[in-house]
Design a protein around this ligand. Structure first.
Ligand SMILES: Cc1ncc(COP(=O)(O)O)c(C=O)c1O
Length: 427
């Protein structure tokens, strides 16, 4: 089925007990065993079923199936936030002393995780000088366990050439892990271009209404962990914490998600609540329709900004003059994302004045809501970085990041117009 249909029906037909057609919210912590033997078999992973909602839950399971199907993957694990999903995916591939090679254009908290948090756990993340395959390859060595990128960088708006990053990763026997939050599977399915693992913040376009945090890890099922032998002992050697289970033997191509669930979700517990899973499913039903409107509104807003002399620059991959244009044609079929950045005159102060003058567009740090949202990265999400790190991440002092919503485009443009007048007067 096509993604428009999967978004509405994926992972669920009707409730087997009540025949309800809406996904029921299974608000339960635990599930009764038929017998002592049944409980033992569940714990031994010999039979399928739920035991405890920190590990799995029927409502969340529908969300997992739907997200996996939208990405064209084998399986998904849904957790409480996008950051939890990223954290678990990183821990799942890299032990102490190993490294991950990443593009430098990253969401601010991902940068913090990579530059400051994972190194304290003994996992070094090497940030390449650019998102080009040769810059990534230059940093790969025998201890590298994954290559990482955002398909569309937040907030830089850079488009990663997934096929060439996947080729480099695979040449060195490691997977390509891609955060596909900004693009969504409606615009881009990274597995079709060689990626192995996809990460989502479901908090954004997937949920789509700014109500609910959630994250997902999706596995294509195609990376052959077994073929890499001792490079990935966590999948190929007995797990003492699970009575000697070897994940690749027991779960075959589904080893990645099984281990993320039974090691990281089970022991550290960033579980998604069933209510949140339900709200995210509701949001996903309309994601294809919403993304169409987001994309069209973003084009109109970008054109307005490009034609306005008060605007210093617009970074929008839909313009032929954008350095990301050709890759946007290739990977997004020309439908540039609705996250764009621009700058008004006056540097940091000019950016702050414009930001303060917005009326309809919300001042906050989120994206992918039905509402139009604006962020001033230099004073918020990226303020902990040095000026040089900000520049590499695609942030200038005056940069405003706009997540164009699904309101009428005339109203969004009118708000930007009046805020630019206020910013100019204040200067
Ligand atoms: C690209 C990207 N990835 C991951 C995240 C983290 O998501 P969450 O807030 O659900 O943890 C964000 C949040 O803004 C993001 O923009």
């Amino acid at each position: 089925m096509r993604n428009e249909t999967i978004a509405v029906h994926g992972g669920f037909d009707r409730d087997p007990t009540t025949r309800a057609v809406a996904v029921p919210i299974y608000q339960t912590v635990a599930y009764e065993f038929d017998s002592a033997e049944h409980g033992a078999a569940l714990f031994n992973l010999e039979v399928e079923g739920h035991r405890y909602s920190r590990i799995s839950n029927p409502t969340t399971a529908v969300l997992e199936k739907r997200v996996a199907a939208l990405e064209g993957g084998l399986e998904a694990l849904c957790v409480s936030t996008g950051q939890a999903a990223l954290h678990y995916a990183m821990l799942n591939v890299a032990d102490v002393g190993r490294n991950v090679v990443s593009v430098p254009q990253l969401y601010g908290t991902t940068h913090t995780m990579f530059a400051h948090f994972l190194p304290r756990l003994g996992i070094n993340v090497r940030l390449a000088a650019s998102d080009q395959a040769d810059a990534i390859e230059a940093l790969i060595d025998n201890d590298t366990r994954a290559v990482y990128c955002e398909s569309v960088g937040n907030p830089a708006g850079n488009m990663c050439d997934l096929a060439s990053l996947a080729a480099v990763a695979h040449r060195h026997g490691v997977p390509l892990i891609v955060d596909n939050t900004v693009a969504t599977p409606i615009l881009l399915r990274p597995f079709e271009h060689g990626a192995d693992i996809v990460i989502h913040s479901l908090t954004k376009f997937m949920g789509g209404h700014g109500t609910t945090l959630g994250g997902a890890i999706v596995d294509s099922g195609r990376f052959d962990w077994k073929a890499q032998g001792t490079r990935y002992p966590m999948f190929n050697e007995p797990d003492a914490s699970y009575h000697g289970l070897v994940y690749t033997d027991h779960f075959g191509p589904a080893a990645f998600i099984a281990r993320a669930r039974s090691v990281y979700l089970r022991t550290t517990g960033s579980a998604l609540s069933p209510m949140s899973a339900f709200l995210l499913l509701q949001g996903i039903e309309t994601v294809a329709v919403r993304v169409d409107r987001h994309v069209e509104n973003a084009r109109l807003v970008a054109e307005f900004l490009r034609d306005d002399p008060r605007v210093q620059f617009v970074n929008y991959a839909g313009f032929p003059e954008s350095p990301h244009y050709l890759l946007a044609q290739k990977y997004l079929d020309g439908r540039a994302c609705s996250l764009l950045t621009f700058g008004v005159a006056g540097g940091f102060e000019g950016g702050m004045r414009f930001y303060n003058a917005l009326k309809l567009v919300k001042r906050l740090v989120n994206l992918g809501d039905a509402k139009s949202l604006a962020c001033h990265p230099a004073s918020t999400t990226h303020r902990q970085m040095s000026a040089a790190e900000q520049r590499t991440a695609g942030v200038l002092p005056e940069t405003i990041r706009l997540s164009v919503g699904i309101e009428h485009s005339d109203d969004i443009i009118a708000d930007l117009d009046q805020a630019m007048n206020c910013a100019a007067v204040g200067g």
